[in-house]
Structures are given as structure tokens and as C-alpha cells.
Design a binder for this molecule. Structure first.
Ligand SMILES: C[S@@+](CC[C@H](N)C(=O)[O-])C[C@H]1O[C@@H](n2cnc3c(N)ncnc32)[C@H](O)[C@@H]1O
Length: 445
């Protein structure tokens, strides 16, 4: 547990703000946001920039050298987890999306590089020697999303992975297969939503899943090996095992009942309901059809793939059934929310409803998140203020209000510019965002 005194707040604020004072665009890391190590293993939507996480963790740890354990309730692809490992910290995370949990579990090791290379060679021989013509998955509209030849090749890869004995290696291979499935499906890759390509486009494409898989596997092994070397050099890796504790659960953070063992919560929650911002679930739906879900988590609920929308519906803001008292509760806690909702008075009702449903759910998350944090623990929230009905939702002010209503203290706000993210730009609710705000807060002591 970190010790906290008044001067810690002043130091941390000064350190973070001095970086912005020296270069007002410091947090944008423009031209300096290359993804290396585990960060480069899979293109997950809305990933954080590792350099931002590294810089903030560095400052937080220099003010509080006793920080030991980081938590990320919305872990995604594990950017914060990987950066925590680079600093030799323990980590616990959750995500509701099985693909995100698979990525985190792979990126946290074990790092048996030589064995992995040997197993990859055996795997590729198995794939090349496979002459079977069976398709190894079945789901609604399979033939719409994958050409017949692609299905047969993805099936060879799936069969070969299933023959691998060790769970850690199978998980590693599933990541490359997940990426291959996404790249060779008939869905457009220019959007996170599932959008079928035009027939002309489909007919004109030549997909080679085995080749794509081999490339992706080789690249991932390279990044993994680089990460292992870096961790070994700093003494964090012994015989392939990371020396601190890492725990990532497949869970809805609203339902998590943890104990207070985190020194810092560092996270980037969704910007709004998935359907109108980033559809993490739709993005993951086709890749996950080719992965053995029980290899991701023994307790996985297969119904998470019941439809293309299921994961998104289960995520924050996925259900727009909001009771009046729930809406009133957030209005009481957040003046920024109250004013924002009022400004939507003239707009179609569903807009205010969507925003309310999202903040109702985000508010529910705060209870378990704060419970997992030690008294006086730090919080770093990376937030995007997206637009609804042409008006920017002040998520930074709303979240800050909601946390202050729970006695947390705002230490500082940092701004960073971002290149436009792929959003549901064709609907009238969302648009692309050009900046993010980083809220640095502290739980009451
Ligand atoms: C902005 S992304 C996190 C990206 C991550 N920081 C990275 O660098 O990859 C938000 C994540 O929140 C997850 N999520 C949404 N609702 C959730 C919930 N109720 N419980 C846990 N995770 C949830 C999504 O699946 C998504 O992976």
C-alpha cells in the first residue's frame, strides 16, 4: 500500500504539468508512438499509446516508489499490463471481451521462446501436410463472411493448433489465427463494425490464409522474443516466467467483487456505448469463431457469441433501459451530466437515453473499481469526449464529478491530440475524435 502525504499531490501534479509546460503537445507522442514488443502483436481497437502509459507510470512511480500493483478494469489488448510488466509491477485486469483476455493472457507469458519456435515449426508442417476438406467451425452466415477456400485453410490451421499439447502455445497460435481470420474474412477491415465487402471486391480478392498466418506467427514470435529479452535484461523474467503477479479475468467489471490491493488504477474505458462508438464485440466476432473459447477461459459463457451484437450489448451502455431514478441519480452526482442532458432537450430522445445508459453503467463500475484500490491510491483515466447530436459529451467532467461525489480528488487533467479513430462515423450519433483527456485522481485516504 502506498503512503500518501500532501506533498505527493503537489509533486505529481508539478511533474506531469511541467512536461506539458515544456512542450504543449508532449502527451500526443506524435511521430514517437511506435508499437513494439507485445504491443505490436495484434491490432485491437482503440489501443492506448504505450509511450503515454510509460511516461505516466514513470512519474507516478517516481513520486510513489512504493507502487507495486496496477489495475486496469478495461484491459483491452493489455497495453497498460505490458507497460506495468516493463516496470516490474504486478497487474490485475478485467475485460468483458474474450479476445481481449486472450491477448492479455498471451502477452503475460510464459516466455518459452525456444520451445515456442520448435512448436511453431511442428505446427507449420502439420498445416502443410493436412489434406482434409472439413470445415472446423459453424455459425450463422458462415458462408457470407468467409469464402469456401478460406474456410478450408483456416480449418487446417485450427486442426493443427488443436493438436498442440500445451495451453500456453495454443493460446499464442490462436492469436495469429484470430488475426488471420479477420484479415481474410469478407468483412471490410476499414471499420470496426461488421460490413460485408461488395461482391466485386470479394470476387477480385485473393486471400491466402496459410500465408497470412505464417507471416503473423513469425512477426508475433519476433515481438514476443524482443519483449522477453527486455524483461530478462531488467531481471523481471526468470526461466521464462515474469516474476510478479499477473491476473486477467474475463468479467464484467460491474460484477467484480475484489479486495483493496491496487496502488494505482490506470485505464481507458470505452468512449460510449459500443454500438455508436467502437464495436469491440463485432470486431472480435469473426476471429473468435475460429478459436477454441475454452482455451481462453475454462468458465467462458459460449453465449457471448450468440449474435454479432452480444458482446457489445453486454458492454457498458449496451442496454438502453434506464429507470428514471437511475438517470436522476447521475444528475445529482454530476452537474456536468445534468447540463449536458439538458442541452439535448431539442434532440431526438434516443440520444439522451444512450448517453444516460452509458453513464449509468460507468457509474456502476466505479464502486468495484474504487473497492479494489487502496485508500489514497492513484487513478489515471484516459477519456475521449465524443460528440452526440453535434454536441461534445464532456466525459472528463462527468467522470470527474462522479468520482468526486465518492470523495476522490482531482489532481490534474492532461490533454493529448490523437489521430482520428475509426468510429461508427456513418451514423448521426458519433463522429471521430481528435483529442483525449487524461484525468489523474486520487482515492480518498
Ligand atoms: C478503450 S478499450 C481498452 C483498450 C486498452 N487500453 C488497450 O490499450 O488495448 C475499452 C475496453 O473495455 C472493455 N469493456 C467494455 N465494457 C466492459 C465491462 N462492462 N467490463 C469489462 N470490460 C469492458 C471493452 O471490451 C474494451 O476492450
Amino acid at each position: 500500500m502506498i503512503s500518501v502525504q500532501e506533498h505527493h499531490n503537489v509533486f505529481l501534479r508539478q511533474r506531469l504539468e511541467s512536461l506539458t509546460a515544456a512542450d504543449k503537445d508532449y502527451w500526443s507522442f506524435k511521430g514517437n508512438s511506435r508499437r513494439e514488443y507485445g504491443h505490436a502483436m495484434f491490432q485491437y481497437p482503440a489501443m492506448m499509446v504505450p509511450q503515454v502509459v510509460e511516461a505516466i507510470l514513470k512519474q507516478a512511480c517516481s513520486v510513489h516508489p512504493d507502487i507495486e500493483r496496477v489495475g486496469d478494469p478495461f484491459s483491452g489488448s493489455g497495453t497498460i499490463m505490458t507497460e506495468s510488466m516493463m516496470r516490474g509491477l504486478s497487474f490485475s485486469g478485467t475485460d468483458i471481451n474474450p479476445l481481449a483476455v486472450l491477448l492479455c493472457r498471451v502477452k503475460s507469458g510464459p516466455f518459452f521462446i525456444d520451445a515456442l519456435k520448435d512448436k511453431a515449426k511442428v505446427l507449420l508442417v502439420r498445416i502443410d501436410e493436412d489434406r482434409r476438406w472439413a470445415v472446423e467451425t459453424d455459425f450463422p452466415n458462415r458462408d457470407k463472411w468467409f469464402g469456401r477456400g478460406v474456410q478450408l485453410e483456416l480449418s487446417k490451421i485450427r486442426r493443427a493448433i488443436r493438436q498442440e499439447d500445451t495451453l500456453w502455445a495454443r493460446r499464442f497460435f490462436w492469436v495469429a489465427l484470430a488475426e488471420t481470420a479477420r484479415a481474410t474474412s469478407n468483412s471490410r477491415t476499414s471499420t470496426f463494425k461488421l460490413h460485408i465487402r461488395t461482391q466485386e471486391d470479394i470476387d477480385g480478392r485473393s486471400c491466402d490464409p496459410v500465408r497470412t498466418f505464417k507471416k503473423s506467427l513469425a512477426r508475433n514470435i519476433k515481438h514476443y522474443e524482443e519483449q522477453a529479452t527486455k524483461l530478462s535484461e531488467s531481471g523481471q523474467l526468470v526461466r521464462g516466467y515474469y516474476q510478479r503477479e499477473i491476473a486477467v479475468s474475463l468479467a464484467d467489471i460491474r460484477k467484480v467483487k475484489g479486495k483493496a490491493d491496487l496502488d494505482i488504477v490506470f485505464t481507458s474505458p470505452p468512449y460510449g456505448d459500443n454500438a455508436t462508438t467502437v464495436t469491440y464485440g463485432q470486431y472480435s466476432y469473426l476471429p473468435l469463431q475460429w478459436v477454441d473459447l475454452w482455451d481462453i477461459d475454462g468458465d467462458i459463457d459460449d453465449d457471448c457469441l450468440a449474435s454479432t451484437h452480444e458482446i457489445d450489448t453486454r458492454s457498458l451502455g449496451g442496454s438502453t433501459r434506464v429507470k428514471k431514478e437511475e438517470a436522476d441519480h447521475i444528475k445529482e452526482r454530476s452537474p456536468a451530466f445534468r447540463n449536458y442532458i439538458k442541452s439535448l432537450d431539442e434532440q431526438p430522445r434516443d440520444r439522451a437515453l444512450r448517453v444516460t445508459a452509458f453513464f449509468r453503467d460507468l457509474d456502476v463500475c466505479l464502486e468495484p473499481i474504487l473497492k479494489c484500490l487502496h485508500p489514497g491510491g492513484l487513478m489515471v483515466w484516459t477519456l475521449g469526449n465524443r460528440k452526440v447530436g453535434g454536441k461534445r459529451v464532456p466525459m472528463d467532467r462527468i467522470l470527474s464529478d462522479m468520482l468526486q461525489a465518492r470523495d476522490a480528488m482531482l489532481l490534474c487533467k492532461l490533454k493529448r491530440r490523437i489521430s482520428s479513430k475509426r468510429m461508427a462515423s456513418k451514423n448521426n450519433i458519433a463522429d471521430t475524435m481528435s483529442s483525449e483527456t487524461i484525468l489523474v485522481m486520487r482515492k480518498a485516504v
